[in-house]
Design a protein around this ligand. Structure first.
Ligand code: ADP
Ligand code: MG
Ligand code: ZN
Length: 472
């Protein structure tokens, strides 16, 4: 970042909206399926016709509790739904049923890994509410309304302003998304709007403890936009501060084309919404057993972590489990993965040498994985190098060069060795001819031995099988 911005820090608090994957809407029986013909999944209740009565969907409460419990929140055992009044064309009722002063869940946290180690991001609250409809601006300059989304259950997860960079925000949102996906309570599809975040951001002089005035960027629907919007908005605010302009507490829109944020409206206060308890809905009183039972049946956080790792490094479930079987092992993998993208080879090496590899530096292991993945050395050589490094330290590239440990890919050389091996292993050849396919093993082994172990195992296998079938 340019010098101008040095000495300034940002604080980010998020409001993450997550559509819950219930079959029916929050207060009626309409389907929540995404992508249906506009206005085919509506009824008098979700359209808010006078005289209709909402009935709370129990599954929506259960899913919200799952999110809250997974994020270590405290549960409000006795809470209520409130009306938030506002006029907006995508909400025919002119009020949204939400939760105001008593959210279902409060005071949780989520720990994330950052460049400076682990960081705790506090969750202020999680409340349950209904989604609004969608406005469609068509080419004839008309605005159409699709009410299918009206009344889809939604949780809003609000964080404290603990995040301090675009990157941290990205890590947080990704982790949160993985957790919710694993809980099975939402599709979390950003492109379909089932996972979307408002980003509140303020700047301050790094040494100051008091936070600056924040702006809010709404409706960011991709991780890439969120990062760009944050970086743009940070600079815009610091520029303002440097020019002694005041920062208005306002809602801004991020424009993907110009990559800038624009003012939408001055921020309204809670007073403007005239919140009041929804008179059509009874209080939500939770039984201790009910909540305890949900807590007991939550997918284990370990499972969540595992699938997060599988996704990040594209590893198999088995590899992941092996790496996670010892904290130090996974730690070494993660550190090494900073130096290479050959994750599969890296994890193979670490798993197969798990009993002795911990003393080797992450950088060297990564280098070996890299060279092996590029097929410059074969996997046995890679493992041999690890064994050697355990005994004494050396420069990996130099040693490979000096000891001529490069993988032999040359067809002529490998064919020549195979010919020798076939002559020597007459018995195995006979046995193979009689149909014992397993007899190919010792022959391959012999060829590999002739290459000092440096042959390309895949190529050797192909040549051996080819020559054996030619004999037939
Ligand atoms: P609303 O947007 O509905 O007024 P809140 O007042 O609860 O809701 O704040 C919303 C978000 O703004 C929270 O995520 C909070 O962490 C964040 N926030 C509050 N103050 C600041 C600040 N000074 N800088 C950055 N984020 C802030
Ligand atoms: Mg807000
Ligand atoms: Zn309905």
């Amino acid at each position: 970042m340019a010098d101008t911005y040095k000495g300034y820090s940002m604080n980010i608090g998020l409001e993450v909206h997550v559509e819950l994957k219930t079959q029916s809407k929050i207060f009626c029986n309409c389907s929540t399926t995404y992508g249906a013909e506009p206005n085919t999944q509506v009824c008098p209740v979700c359209l808010g016709m006078p005289g209709t009565l909402p009935v709370l969907n129990k599954k929506a409460v259960e899913y919200s509790l799952m999110a809250g419990l997974a994020l270590d929140c405290e549960i409000n055992m006795n809470c209520k739904m409130d009306r938030k009044n506002y006029f907006y064309p995508d909400l025919p009722k002119a009020y949204q049923i939400s939760q105001y002063d008593i959210p279902l869940c409060k005071g949780g946290y989520l720990d994330i890994e950052t460049d400076n180690g682990s960081k705790r991001v506090r969750i202020t609250r999680i409340h349950l509410e209904e989604d609004a409809g969608k406005l469609i601006h068509n080419e004839e300059d008309e605005t159409l309304i699709d009410c299918n989304r009206c009344g889809v259950p939604l949780i809003e997860i609000v964080t404290e302003p603990d995040l301090e960079s675009a990157n941290e925000t990205d890590v947080f949102l990704n982790k949160l998304r993985t957790i919710l996906l694993n809980l099975g309570i939402s599709d979390c599809r950003m492109n379909e709007g089932s996972f979307r975040a408002d980003v509140n951001l303020s700047v301050r002089k790094t040494e100051d403890t008091e936070l600056g005035i924040r702006t809010e960027m709404k409706n960011l629907n991709s991780f890439a936009f969120i990062k760009k919007a944050i970086n743009f908005e940070f600079k815009r605010q610091v520029d303002n501060v440097l020019e002694h302009k005041t920062i208005e507490q306002e809602t801004r829109r991020y424009d993907e084309k110009s990559k800038k944020t624009y003012s939408m409206r001055k921020k309204e206060d809670a007073d403007d919404y005239r919140y009041f308890p929804d008179p059509d809905l009874p209080r939500i009183k939770l039984q201790t057993d009910y909540v305890e039972n949900i807590k007991k049946n939550l997918p284990k956080l370990a499972t969540i972590r595992k699938s997060q790792i599988m996704e990040k490094y594209d590893l198999s479930s088995y590899d992941c489990e092996m790496l996670l079987s010892k904290p130090e092992l996974y730690d070494l993998f993660e550190k090494s993965a900073l130096y290479t993208t050959a994750y599969k080879t890296l994890s193979n090496l670490i798993i197969s040498k798990k009993d002795c590899i911990l003393s080797i530096s992450a950088e060297k292991i990564a280098r070996i994985a890299d060279i092996s993945c590029q097929e410059l050395i074969n996997i046995s050589t890679a493992k041999k190098l690890i064994d050697m490094l355990i005994k004494e330290d050396f420069d990996v590239d130099e040693t490979i060069k000096k000891e001529k440990m490069y993988q032999i890919n040359d067809m002529d050389i490998l064919t020549c060795y195979t010919r020798q091996a076939l002559l020597i292993n007459k018995k195995a050849v006979e046995s193979y001819k009689k149909g014992n396919l397993l007899a190919v093993g010792p022959i391959i082994g012999h060829v590999m031995k002739l290459t000092n172990g440096y042959g390309n195992p895949e190529t050797v296998k192909n040549i051996v099988t080819k020559m054996l079938s030619d004999i037939n």
